[in-house]
Design a protein around this ligand. Sequence first.
Ligand code: C2E
Ligand code: MG
Ligand code: MG
Length: 595
Amino acid sequence: MLPYIVDAIQNEEARLNALRDLNLLDTSPSDSFDRLTRLASKLLDAPVSTISLTDRDRQWFKSKVGVDITEIPREQAPCSYAIGNDEIFVVPDLTADPRFVGSPLAQAGIRFYAGAPLFTRQGHGLGTLCVVDERVRELDDEGRQVLRDLAGMVMSQIELSNTIGRTDAATGLPNQHQMFEDVEDLARRHKGAAASGLMVELVSQQQYGQGQRVLGGSFTESLIRGASARLRPAFGNSSKLYHVGPTRLAVLLTPETGLEVPIMVDRIIELLREPLECDGIPVLPTPALGSCEFVLGDLAPRDVLRRMLNAVEDASLSDTARAEYCPAHELRHARSFMLLNDFRTALESGDQLRLDYQPRIELTTGRCLGAEALMRWTHPLLGPIPPVEFIPAVEQTALAKPMTEWVVSAALAQIAAWQAQGLDLRMSANVSALNLDEPDFAARILALVQRSGVRPEMLELEFTESAVARNPTRAARQLEAIRSAGVAIAIDDFGSGYSNLSYLQTLSASVLKVDRAFIGDLESSERDRTLVRSVIDMAHDLGYRVVAEGIETRDAFELLRTWGCEEGQGYLMARPMPAASLEAWLRQEIGAAAA
Ligand code: C2E
Ligand code: MG
Ligand code: MG
């Protein structure tokens, strides 16, 4: 194709995109535009006036006075000539002009045409404000000025209605507020009809983070702009692309659009296979697509968005990068979100959280040397919440800091209370990975110990291998500070995570807790027996004391004892229990030993 033809086609596509971005085509009449056509008709003494937008193959009237039809074919329409330059375009007699003599307007009896082009700030011609008459006439300079001024007012009105609150300022795309409005509008027009929402997350979280670091804020803008330009033609005029998150686009598929979700999903994935240009850097999208079906009028607009968000979240976790909305998943997300919110209150409540204590037993003597403090939460409405349900979630957030502080303070208070009763029990408390990122972590823990008056040797902190692996150097520094003050360090759940043995050589830890996954099957699994035995031997070589977690059977207890494992925890000996129960349990154990 000749270069200037390619240029012209590209310009026309850009013009059509700009027109669609304004979300005017096929929208309902609006008084703010009708006022201007009424004024044009009156001031220029013309029976017909329209705000006529030039779509790919038609002139569509956003506002009209004096005619009933809403559109005419673009071919041979004077308006499409009028957007060719920024002058007022006047045809005194359509029947005397070879370009328009056979046009639908001329055939309908129209003779005179005058149109002022409507240009965006970027220079895209959207259409015209025009007047027509059945009489042959001219337009004098004053008339031309009136038309020009009114066209300026039409453009201001377009810009105004398009920007206020409904358009993303950076990308110019309709935002979620516009989407809410459109869902309501569709529900009015097609109540009871089936519709779908489709959401595309353009890049993974990791890619998003990298892009932001390298290109700053313009990364998301360029990405969204590039993706919307590429996707827009796939949807036609009646579907808009909404910008609903930093790197997220959404689209509504309705009875009008008639597009099916699976087809659209395939098409979107296909269209995003090539890199998008972001400030000169090609970025290959890794799209995740979530969809939801709903009945127009049955679901509030915000719920439509929420379902799409849930689906896209599921999609980003799935192998296929696609997912349909699933109510059960949403319930789970909603519950964990609620729990996370309520946990903050729980920390301050004074009566929702407590510690249970699981005895740690010396395997050779059967004596209880200490206990592990394990957090328990009784939610005011939901009752007891299993630790695995809330702790991993809390550990992802800034609440990890106050949580650990709460646990360590409560544990220290319990050591002191037991000491006052003559019970000398060491206590281990679990610490979250995120705590090691807090620069003052060691200092704060040591301050708590000092304030409690408890000897530092009575406290032990448990970290998982993965906590240490996040930032080995920083972790080593924090652990060293804690250890040198006398507080013991244990590696928890050993074998369940990275199991990078080199950490064991460098860390200031002194206790290794073997994960209960390896202890549960000791009797039946030859492999686990070999593994646990060699872990115990290796730990001893490195100077560690070994604790086996989750001992449930006498046989496992015996095996571990013969292999030289120093201590154990498990349901065989005792389950985690409240402080008072532990005291009673201890009395009973001591009584039994004495008898
Ligand atoms: P963990 O630190 O490995 O704690 C041991 C878990 O094993 C406890 O579960 C305990 O009840 C359970 N357990 C002990 N003996 C047996 C046994 O013989 N069989 C079986 N099947 N399980 C046994 P729990 O209390 O549900 O806690 C689960 C995890 O939650 C803990 O694993 C720990 O990672 C975390 N966690 C609990 N309390 C706290 C806390 O106060 N702070 C932090 N950061 N994490 C905590
Ligand atoms: Mg633990
Ligand atoms: Mg453990």
